[in-house]
Design a protein. Sequence first.
Lengths: 349, 452
Amino acid sequence: MYTLKFDIEKCHNCQTQACLTRCQHLDIDREVAQREIRKIARGEDSFILHDCLTCYACEEYCTMGNHPFYLIVEQQEALNIPPVPRPLIQRAVNLGVPFRGEPEIGEVHGPVLNMAAFSDLIGLIQGRLFEGLTVISTDDRKMFHYFCQLMYLHYARSSVIKERLPGVINTINRHKPTDVICFHDECYGTYTSYCPAVGIDVPFTPIHFFEFLYRRLTELKEAIRPVGFKVAYQRPCSSRLSPDKHHFVRDIFELIGARYVEREYVDENALCCAGAIQGQRREGSRKRAIEMQRKNINDMKKAGAEVCIFNCPACFQTLGSLLSAEDIKPMYMSDLCRLAIGEKPMEWR
Amino acid sequence: MDSIYEALVNIVGKEYVSNQPEELYIYSFDLGTAEPCQPQYVVSPRATEHIQGIVRLANKEKIPIVPLGGGLSLAGLAVPLKGGILLDLKRMDSIIEVNENARYAVVECGVSQGQLTSYLEKNYPRLTHSEPGAPPAATLAGNVMIHGQGDLAQPYGFNSDLVNGLEVVLPTGEVCHIGSVAIGAGWFTNHPLPDVGLFLGWCGTTGIITKLSIRLFPCKRIRGVGTFVLEHEDLVPEAVYKLTHTQMAEDIVAFSSAIPPFASELQQITVNIAADSEKELEFKQEILWDDTLGEYIHRGEGAYLGFVRHLQRPQISKTSDYKKGGGFEYVGSIVPIQRYPECYRKGREISERHGIPYTVTGRCVGAGHSMMFAWTFAFNRADPETIIQARKALHETDDLVLQLGGVIWKPGTYGQKLILERLDPGTKELMGKIKRLIDPNGIMNPGNWEVA
């Protein structure tokens, strides 16, 4: 059984307790934070376990290299304090069950782009940026064989992740990849953060999608024409697991001449899309989600954003039509990059 | 030379008649499990006068006529069980009138649901109609002929309740009009003239609808679908009752299916909501999700899944794609909503007994007045054994509907037989008298509703 490597000594030595004091959704001081995180680590109940919105941000805020969010999720499951109602958990757990037969496995012996559970978004990886790249998980009937499972952190089901993830890694590894470019940064966070945290081996090298895009854009630099849009970026919850790659957002924008607007809710202070919050058990969750979305979109408007750039399809689905209604165009990063090199993404045709 | 063929050519022109085997083959079956039966002729009329001529010819020759709309009823209702002339009505596809103020559309019998939807979206964006869960090729006339329901069924009921008037070619060739149009007063109401309700629900056995007026409804600027999930089927009737009390939904559909797995063993309820402003939308969402269904969330029994803007039509027919082989047929029923839990449990048992992943769907009709509950059985068209299993499951489900105190909706011949066995003798005799009176030669879609 895989066990979370959480070192309470690190919390004892922590001078900030930033994991909880910086939480956007809690209003607590360092003393309370220290008390509560210790209680959680000891396996005791804490109001944090009940009030957590599962935004992942504490993983990034922690300055000690510990895993406060993974710990919270594990204890929510252990003490049966799920953030969402039972049928939502059951539905989500069922969602990841493959049901259309086994995937066809071709050995690659080179880099691959893993679409994971987003095979139906293959239109987003067309054109010169992706030329010559082998893509895996291209069949949306079989994509759950490649589903990284990390979504279950929102459902207090670490056990499901640990049970299924080795099989998913094995499926990917049967392609004999060297580097695995992760279309979704949740996959990247799974293989670079969650797996080491619980002791699951990853036999390939994960590459962040934005790092790949930046590299390819650099190779195609001659073709770049500044896009000139004023852009905001919707940071997904799972990017909190790979904060070291977040700079590629700004790097790409600079490279392609997108004007990154100045915002309040940006980078470490970003607001999540609230898609996972609206269905939570806590009183007022739906309204809380709407309020967060409103704050987020108003902030983009105030900053003058014309376009909102996405990495995560779930964020896109949650916020896309709301942004459109406010005359802010939702767009995936890959589409923006394609525009920059003179290509027309699907929706422009 | 075939004299009937020649006569049909004289009526509609050579291009629109066929007695060639390859074309007869196409019209010999529908998408369900019914055994194929070939017509002798396929005719595609363009006008009411053509249909009159064909009907008179059929009477003279004592040859059956089977009217066909989109061909999507699935239960074999437009399969020519006794051969004859298959009347493909798709060429009669004019949208004759849309009255924006009185909110109705007059259409020919071949106008499809998708055609009217796109026409309204383009030309009358403030109007919409109650589109069923069938693929967009389903016709409006075909739908009212089977008492179909659409995505406005919750506030407005069956689509056949939304008919303002009809033009019908009788089995003996005369044309008659029903509703206000019968006195030249336009197509705006079906009432208050004496009721001659002889055509809706008769599946083309009493005449051929050539034109109809159907009610339209306000189309709000924002339309979308919210989803709620319940952990147990016993909770569904109460939740639907509460939702209907708000009078804020356009459509309420409950479903559960083995495939895809996310829907397995849970009861998903989709609620279509419409609003002209964000303020109106949030007002409705607060009442529906927070005030009305919030108690299920607090007890951990139910969960709000979110609201997705824009309707994706059609919805129910997507279940046909959940299993390899692309075949599906369902038994529909009209049942009290309180029967939902038994419908789900017993339907699931039948599916599992025949090795078919279960799919059940219930659409609320009216303010909780009834529910169209459907059990869908998928099969592989290339595998005859799976077709046989599906057919057995369908027949068992027909029996189940009646055991549960429901009424089979658009029954095939097996279900019709079960209903006729139970039908009040007085009603059956009246139906027989009507049928003998208006179709003396028994030419209209024979094999269906044989009461004469």
